[in-house]
Design a protein around this ligand. Sequence first.
Ligand code: SF4
Length: 452
Amino acid sequence: MLDLTPKAIVERGALRVNPCKTCQPVGALYAALGVHKCMPHSHGSQGCVSYHRTFLTRHFKEPAIAASSSFTEGASVFGGGPNLRAAVKNIFDIYDPDVIAVHTTCLSETIGDDLNAYILEMTIPDGKIVLHANTPSYAGSHITGYANMLSGFIRYLADPRAPKNGRTALFPGFVNPGDIREIKRVLGLLGLPLIVFPDQSDVMDAPMTNAYAMYPEGGTTLDEIRALGGCERVLALGRFACESPADALDKKCRIPFLNLPLPIGVAATDALVMAAARGAGVPRELEDERGRLLDLMLDANPYFYRKTLAIFGDPDTVLGLTAFALELGMKPGYVITGTPGEAFTRQANALLGQYGVADATVKASADLFELHQWIKNKPVDLLLGTSYGKQIARAEDIPLVRAGFPVLDRYGHSCMPIVGYRGAMRLAEMIAGALMDRYDRDCADEDMDMVM
Ligand code: SF4
């Protein structure tokens, strides 16, 4: 399919081909789905929200609900205020959510719709909330949209006068429900009372019960979001997804935050555990998990050592995967994200520098077309990233390990963690399995061993 990708690289300033990101509303919608009894609402045309919902549904294999202002020509010219007013009335009448979280789209941003004014002027039923976030898709990526929607919830709801509750607010980052569940388990072992915001576990991986629930049991409640203003501190995981919402809460409610990397790999998980433990002891169960991970990393080291790889996807995830690949003894050759931001290149280069890797190509705002071209000129042993790497994998005959967002062509992945010590064991097993399968496929008959 990508057999005709040219090897010769031409500099492109204004064109992205096979971008390594999607648009802001996808992230905003995912953030809103992590709030209990929330109806996400896309202020734009039906085509936009169809795409956003389909994209999330394909990754999570769960219905991603959202409504739309259903712009047609009239709204596109005269503004979408009447559409939004009608939509809000219909949504509360028919679907009865506690909150409608409105995000904008390219179209409503371009015509300059003022969501603040629309919401101030509309009639909202008692006890219900309508809030919004601006998510213009010609800036940033779905990660920016996720962060903007979290900031929107904080702006509207976090209460600076909330009573002190002794809890830690956890902003888990743009990760799968399985990752959130694992982070909660780890911090639960440390006895940390938490408010997790947002929390898509038990929403985007709700169990099958034979009865459809428009609003599954999971999700951060509105009272919990109000109570963020009374938390002791925030652990914000991932710079790109969570630093700006944590900063918004700090500015509004004076809640200090610690911005940590996503806990992918040993050092990043250690950092989260130590931050949560705050000098207290670490439970034996966690120490044992860590020890088992190190044992696996040592046992399989001959298969990891100096293997080259390309890592691509969302910035916080890619930085975590890069750190873990380096811990495994692997050698990243290409580290890219589609999300813009030079902080990504700085952090990736700093990680690579710690391990003496000086010849890797690191790029933000990158696309998979250029990654393919680089690989054609200098191949790698493994691809580690989203499903969008599968055409490169096929064209160049390189194994692909799927991790991050989106993974569209596999099942069960969003329930399984890649964070924490257990998640790192799963990642290490997947990477070792892919490399060893490739060895078995290519080796001479006499080297085909049962025990490796
Ligand atoms: S028009 Fe903009 S908001 Fe709508 S799907 Fe396309 S990029 Fe996303």
